[in-house]
Ligand binder design. Structure first.
Ligand code: PMV
Length: 328
């Protein structure tokens, strides 16, 4: 038996612009997915998902029958979750050169699903790591991050960046620019997350920015400005200047809003955070709904978000400097 866990993430800077080759800075947060794997006598795969922010479910299958398992959640969710776990198990089998190994897999996660906090990447990283170890192979982190990226790439039909999987594997703040991924040193960042309970459609939002950019020069300039701001943010991280980081987050949110990817609920949460005294606040991820991230050492922002009608859930999740962790 082997258990591994891996963190979710927020974007400190650079979402959307990263699609056009600009750098971005995702940061791991103290919210984790934990995966326990036991090998089986046969080559079947049994997956139980509990304590997810949606209903848990259990699915047993051998990967060869087309029959849909009987479970009490939407088919879409099961297919998505099974796709990630299935892909992760394939990677572990490949790494250990044991193509027919069977497993019981238990997934627990405190990362809200589909909210842009990197829950699927965390599950994939932890599953590959635990399943490979259950077969006697401990992967180095570079290989683990790369295998996790391959899974997201396949499940998301080529629409995945390395940001989530690299960040979840390595932990801390990272810099991602196309295939170039680096870990960064960073001060402790007191993140507060506000979640509106919804999610934007990432594909539609990315297409919307692409269309705007081809039609309006200001949008192309805005994407470049986000890239410049990220470079400034990288220097600021190195200096450890939290006040200035917050200011740059505010600017980044404004630039994302100019690209049309904010929403009423995201803007409301951003303003609730700022009015409560947050050092800075911005949407994180694709936008259109979902989450904002703010910096605040005090409890004021979390409290203000809890009272904000736009916010369904808010919580503190500091920068997590640990990536994948091996429990047993
Ligand atoms: O919502 P998330 O965490 O999947 O982030 C999307 C980030 C984008 O830059 C909008 C798209 C991408 O693939 O980088």
């Amino acid at each position: 038996m082997a258990t591994s866990n891996a963190p979710g993430k927020v974007y400190l800077f650079g979402e959307h612009a990263v699609v056009y080759g600009e750098p971005a800075v995702p940061c791991a947060i103290e919210r984790r997915a934990t995966v326990t794997v036991e090998t089986r006598e046969d080559s079947r795969l049994r997956v139980s998902a509990q304590d997810l922010s949606l209903d848990g479910f259990t699915v047993e299958y051998d990967g060869t029958t087309a029959g849909q398992p009987e479970v009490d959640v939407t088919e879409e969710l099961v297919e998505a979750a099974m796709g990630y776990v299935d892909g992760a198990i394939e990677q572990a089998r490949d790494a250990a050169d044991e193509p027919t190994a069977g497993f019981d897999v238990t997934v627990e996660s405190s990362i809200p699903l589909g909210a842009g906090l990197g829950s699927s990447a965390a599950v994939v990283v932890a599953t590959i790591d635990a399943a490979a170890r259950a077969l006697g192979v401990t992967l180095d982190r570079e290989e683990l991050a790369d295998r996790a990226y391959q899974v997201e790439y396949e499940v998301q039909a080529g629409q995945a960046s390395r940001a989530d999987t690299f960040c979840s594997t390595m932990g801390g703040a990272v810099r991602v620019e196309d295939d170039d991924c680096q870990t960064l040193s960073s001060p402790d960042l007191p993140f507060i997350i506000g979640y509106d309970g919804g999610a934007g459609d990432t594909g539609a939002l990315v297409s919307g920015v692409r269309a705007l950019k081809s039609e309006y020069d200001f949008a192309a300039d805005t994407v470049e400005s986000i890239g410049d701001l990220v470079e400034q943010g990288l220097e600021t991280l190195e200096d450890g200047d939290i006040e200035e980081l917050g200011r740059l987050m505010d600017f980044n949110h404004g630039l994302l809003a100019a690209l049309g990817v904010s929403s009423r609920s995201l803007d409301s949460m951003v303003w609730a955070a700022r009015e409560a005294g947050a050092t800075g606040a911005k949407l994180t991820g694709a936008g259109g709904g979902g989450c904002i991230v703010a910096l605040d050492e005090t409890d004021a922002t979390e409290t203000a978000l809890n009272y904000s009608p736009a916010c369904e859930e808010s919580f503190r999740a500091r920068l997590d400097t640990d990536g994948v962790r091996r429990e047993e």
